[in-house]
Design a protein around this ligand. Sequence first.
Ligand code: IDP
Length: 150
Amino acid sequence: TAEREIQHFFPLQSTLGLIKPHATSEQIEKILNMIKEAGFDLTQVKKMSLTPEQIENIYPKITGKDFYKDLLEMLSEGPSMVMILTKWNAVAEWRRLMGPTDPEEAKVLSPDSIRSRFGISKLKNVVHGASNAYEAKEVINRLFENPEEN
Ligand code: IDP
């Protein structure tokens, strides 16, 4: 298949994925299924309540934005599902499965994406993903004690 051909050109990669606290347990189950169906290995997954320091680490470029306070509040309101997702070209593949930041835009541009299906607003858009491979490695190393272990 084309998918198999493409795999030759991309290295196996891990990215940081996160399901935000406002996702319902039903949605979490559906999202985990979408992740598996898209061919990701769920290398590690844990439920954890993020500290403000961890949130700042996950969003290094957002701390100065006017919505940062809302983001901090939203991510502090309960536990998140924190995941190491492994696949060829995982960083870009996970962002593609998430869809655009704004769920309204996602509904138009990427109707099958997670944010299109489950996103409530630009703030409450159910999932997070690292922006690049460097950031993915950094954040994975901070959130997981043994990131290499399966
Ligand atoms: P991303 O999550 O698609 O990478 P970023 O621009 O990095 O998008 O923003 C990080 C998070 O901050 C978003 O997922 C969303 O929860 C929140 N956010 C971004 N832009 C806005 C906004 O304009 N209003 C409210 N929240 C926002």
